[in-house]
Ligand binder design. Structure first.
Ligand SMILES: [Zn+2]
Length: 307
């Protein structure tokens, strides 16, 4: 059976795995990115781990790389991601191609996760799929006619940076009121703590999303208000993309959606108010099922889908 190597480069860690056509991980490893030491340091470790994996698995068809944006997937360059501050115009594809002489493909990390979820679970069932992940940030990916759609500058599916509130909170991208600044896991905690402070209520510095959802469940009205609002924002952001693409399947993933079933249900319910009937009737909604390895699997799938 054919297999490919997937590399998932993140701000804190790099995960690498050998993945077969059924999505089974045959071998995997992970290590800290150590952003402060620069890309050459990380690349040395990537090359050493990939070499070992190639020795062990002779059926490898190529190497896919998922990386936070902005990146240039056509030129194979990591441009200047905020999560990888020392990686400027880094030719990641060229580095790996020259070390291994095999097909190498670079894609945006949310696109990789979208492709991982799609390719290994739904490629025989659906052609048009929208994927959204809600974790520390909000990212999306689009599959059209069974293929990942990347757009003109590798930025298709950036639903997290749709402006939902024109004068809303400042987003990491520099704009105001992006969905990510209103409804990501990070935003939820920040907004909740702000409101507690405004109400003069006590706040524990260690409180995060887990405490927010626990308080909401115990009936706290402020916590419930924050969760109601953010699920509404996510539904609103999603509905605009769904009206545009008319997908057959929406996959919702990321720590906040997977870890909080009530939050997932709220998004589903609110979404149904915003969609036209034909879009609603054509749409299935599922939760992501590949967890933290979706990025590695999707990076590998970017090779497997072409080989
Ligand atoms: Zn933004």
């Amino acid at each position: 059976m054919k297999a490919a190597i997937g590399i998932d480069i993140g701000g804190t860690k790099i995960a690498i795995g050998v993945v077969d056509e059924n999505g089974k991980i045959l071998s995997d490893t992970q290590f800290p990115t150590e952003v402060e030491l620069g890309p050459d340091n990380a690349m040395k470790q990537i090359i050493s781990h990939v070499s070992e994996m190639r020795e062990k698995h002779k059926e490898i068809a190529g190497i896919g790389i998922g990386c936070p944006g902005p990146i240039d997937t056509k030129k194979g360059i990591v441009v200047n991601p905020p999560n990888l501050k020392t990686w400027h115009d880094y030719p990641v594809v060229q580095e790996i191609e020259s070390a291994f002489q095999m097909p190498v493909r670079l894609l945006n990390d949310a696109d990789a996760a979208a492709l991982g979820e799609y390719f290994f679970t739904y490629r025989h069932t659906y052609l048009h799929v929208l994927y959204l992940t809600v974790s520390t940030g909000i990212g999306g990916g689009i599959i059209i006619n069974g293929r990942l759609y990347e757009g003109a500058s590798s930025g298709a599916g950036e639903i997290g940076h749709s402006v939902i509130e024109p004068n809303g909170p400042l987003c990491g991208c520099g704009k105001r009121g992006c969905l990510e600044a209103l409804a990501s896991g990070t935003a939820l905690t920040r907004i909740w703590k702000q409101r507690l402070a405004n109400a003069g209520s006590p706040i524990e510095p260690t409180w995060g999303g887990k405490e927010l959802f626990a308080q909401a469940e115990s009936g706290d009205s402020l916590a419930n208000e924050v969760i109601e609002e953010s699920s509404e924002y996510i539904a609103l952001g999603l509905s605009q993309t769904i009206q545009t693409l008319n997908p057959e399947l929406l996959i919702l993933g990321g720590g906040v959606v997977i870890g909080q079933p009530e939050f997932y249900k709220k998004i589903r319910k609110k979404l149904s108010f915003y969609l036209l009937n034909p879009h609603k009737q054509a749409l299935q909604i599922e939760r992501a099922s590949h967890g933290a390895m979706a990025g590695v699997k999707g990076a590998a799938a970017s090779i497997l889908e072409n080989s």
